[in-house]
Design a protein around this ligand. Structure first.
Ligand code: GDP
Ligand code: FE
Ligand code: FE
Length: 196
């Protein structure tokens, strides 16, 4: 793997300043969440720092790096908003030579989430949504919910994202829907019992 300093330099050269600050913020918040739930802080730091590495690439460049990453579909393949996650994972794997599959998966799934997310994946998903430079509508609700648990914070994040997507007439990726359903089920007090 590249030296961290070299990866930081690459990020600074390939991301606008505000986006780079978001990556630093995500790394910092991911470390704080990792400390809370006993996850490896260095992995949380690195996954947070690198999660949006491919964010500013063109669709063609994203496709180049995403090629070969698991579970791609047409909707992902045609959206820079969605494809930057697998593209960032592919870029970290192929350019930075990151070989920790746990870190790569946290980067791969940071936008939609997936069913059965690891703690590291959950931490990066939530840190991305609530790090200190975020200032969109609803971010305070996410920070507040995150004080209860990582999963409550994630649900608040899905709520904001899905509301935004519905209001702006955009499609919701199915991975996000089933991922949210799975977290809802985990938090249901009568987990496992029949739904109404
Ligand atoms: P960012 O990369 O730090 O800005 O944050 P994310 O990776 O979480 O999200 C990137 C973009 O993808 C945001 O503009 C989200 O609104 C959008 N996004 C997230 N989930 C979905 C989805 O299911 N469908 C669509 N079309 N866009 C999504
Ligand atoms: Fe992202
Ligand atoms: Fe991000």
């Amino acid at each position: 793997m590249w030296e961290e300093q070299k990866m930081r330099q690459w990020l600074q050269q390939h991301l606008p300043a505000g986006r780079y600050a978001h990556c630093e913020g995500t790394a910092e918040t991911a470390v704080a969440l990792a400390a809370r739930v006993g996850v490896d802080k260095y992995k949380a730091h690195l996954a947070g720092l690198l999660h949006d590495a491919a964010k500013s690439l063109s669709l063609a460049e994203m496709r180049h790096y995403a090629e070969g990453e698991p579970l791609l579909d047409t909707m992902l393949w045609n959206s820079r908003n969605l494809l930057h996650a697998p593209a960032s994972s592919g870029l970290c794997r192929r350019l930075f030579a990151v070989d920790d599959e746990g870190i790569l998966a946290a980067i791969r799934w940071h936008t939609t989430g997936r069913v059965g997310m690891t703690l590291l994946e959950r931490i990066v998903f939530l840190a991305d949504a609530m790090e200190p430079t975020r200032n969109y509508r609803g971010v305070e609700e996410i920070r507040k919910a995150a004080q209860d648990s990582i999963e409550s914070g994630m649900l608040a994040s899905y709520r904001e994202t899905f509301c935004f997507l519905l209001e702006s007439g955009q499609p919701i990726h199915p991975a996000g829907i089933v991922a949210r359903n799975a977290i809802l089920e985990e938090l249901r007090p009568t987990k496992g019992e029949p739904l109404p």
